[in-house]
Design a protein around this ligand. Structure first.
Ligand SMILES: NC(=O)c1ccc[n+]([C@@H]2O[C@H](COP(=O)([O-])OP(=O)(O)OC[C@H]3O[C@@H](n4cnc5c(N)ncnc54)[C@H](O)[C@@H]3O)[C@@H](O)[C@H]2O)c1
Ligand SMILES: [Zn+2]
Ligand SMILES: [Zn+2]
Length: 380
């Protein structure tokens, strides 16, 4: 089959690779209808991880079940399914308490709980930017979708960015009526803003510098804050009568930069501590790593991010972090889509055949104007 393969920094190729097979009785094979390029894929693409050359990428997968192992009894051949990016066994302590993003069994990598498709350090699993994907523990992991092709571009956000944005809001301790500031207007931040609006925030701010992303935020009723036009903390304080927002969501990650493009991994964490009111909450879904050899400072190379912890403590704020447990939310978010209450496809900018993945990566990575979210359709 054809698949998108990592070939080294800023290089991916569409190559012929062996077809995946059912290896365990609980596996399923999925024929991919839609698979997205994610901001997380860019960490690998930019050479900021230790992902091995030859890895098939892709953790945001939707498709049709092609084959199931003899131990699969809930999912059937022909089912239309969303595949959460987390690979979960369903029976370990973390899976059973709803933390499928920290499954204790799926990832053999020393010191890492939680597994994913096509990702550095997340286990030996190939990704789904390909014609077919092998899904372990299929009964546990797969979410059934209504048959047909309706809402395909909405449902494709269920594998990662919509639940992840929702989780960022959840981790912030959000309550109805809160004012929320989302930092980062990529797909994850835009989904966090969409989630906060749906959940009844009184006002949602979205901080970024990319005009197209800020426009999208305004299209769903958020207030755009351009950090290249002035200190975003001052802008947020002015907009809230000096009080600060109740909740903040971090949807940028360790490659946060200033308007000149220079990286400061602590920048957005500092901004959040300053812009969120005392006793408010911060949800961090942007990724930070235990080590980052390509970082701009020696501390950050060791994963030490010296943010304003003193002020964070003094303000009595709380912070939640980590990979999103997609399964905890994806059923309800699917039903919001079906009911017409959520429309996460508003972020889709490009739909490409698999062959054009290298161009999709390059232009999304450059944050080229209008390249907000790229979907690949392998069957196209
Ligand atoms: N926790 C999870 O489960 C999970 C899942 C998916 C993605 N992620 C992570 O979420 C982050 C965002 O993903 P994405 O797909 O939206 O990526 P993206 O790279 O498209 O978006 C990041 C955005 O942050 C903006 N930005 C940079 N510096 C900023 C600053 N100082 N202030 C405000 N905005 C700034 C950029 O302009 C960009 O638009 C990444 O770190 C990704 O790895 C986490
Ligand atoms: Zn993703
Ligand atoms: Zn588990």
């Amino acid at each position: 089959m054809k698949a998108v393969v990592y070939r080294g920094p800023r290089s991916v190729a569409v190559e012929e690779v062996p077809d995946p097979r059912v290896q365990a009785p609980t596996d399923a094979l999925i024929r991919i209808t839609t698979t997205n390029i994610c901001g997380s894929d860019l960490h690998m693409y930019e050479g900021r991880t230790n992902v091995e050359e030859g890895k098939v990428l892709g953790h945001e997968n939707t498709g049709i079940v092609e084959e199931v192992g003899p131990g699969v009894d809930r999912i059937r051949v022909g089912d239309r399914v969303s595949v959460p990016f987390n690979i979960a066994c369903g029976t370990c302590r973390n899976c059973q308490t709803g933390w499928t993003s920290f499954c204790l069994r799926a990832n053999p990598t020393e010191g890492m709980d939680g597994a994913a498709y096509g990702y550095a350090n997340m286990g030996p699993y190939d990704g789904g930017q390909a014609e077919y994907l092998r899904v372990p523990w299929a009964d546990v992991n797969l979410l059934r979708l209504p048959e047909g092709t309706e809402h395909e571009n909405d449902f494709t956000m269920l594998s990662d960015v919509f639940p992840t944005g929702w989780h960022g809001v959840e981790l912030s301790g959000f309550q109805v009526g809160d004012r929320v500031a989302v930092f980062g207007g990529g797909p994850v931040g835009l989904m966090a803003a969409h989630s906060a609006v749906i959940r009844g925030a009184s006002q949602v701010f979205l901080v970024d510098e990319e005009p197209d992303r800020l426009r999208l935020a305004e299209s769903i009723g958020a207030t755009a804050v351009d950090f290249s036009a002035g200190d975003p903390v001052q802008q947020l304080l002015e907009a809230t009568g000096g009080r600060g927002v109740d909740r903040g969501v971090e949807a940028v990650g360790y490659q946060a930069h200033d308007p000149s493009g220079e990286e400061h991994p602590e920048l957005v964490l500092d901004n959040l501590v300053q812009a969120v009111r005392a006793t408010g909450g911060i949800g961090v879904v942007g990724v930070y790593n235990p080590s980052d050899p390509g970082a701009s400072t020696d501390l950050a190379k060791e994963g030490r991010i010296p943010f304003q912890y003193g002020q964070f403590f003094t303000k009595g704020q709380s912070m939640g972090t980590g990979q999103a447990p997609v399964k905890r939310y994806n059923r309800q978010l699917r039903d919001l889509i079906v009911a017409g209450r959520a429309r996460p496809s508003f972020i889709v900018s490009h739909e490409l055949p698999l062959d054009q993945a290298p161009e999709g990566y390059a232009r999304f990575d450059a944050r080229e104007d209008g390249w907000t979210k790229v979907l690949l359709h392998p069957a196209a």
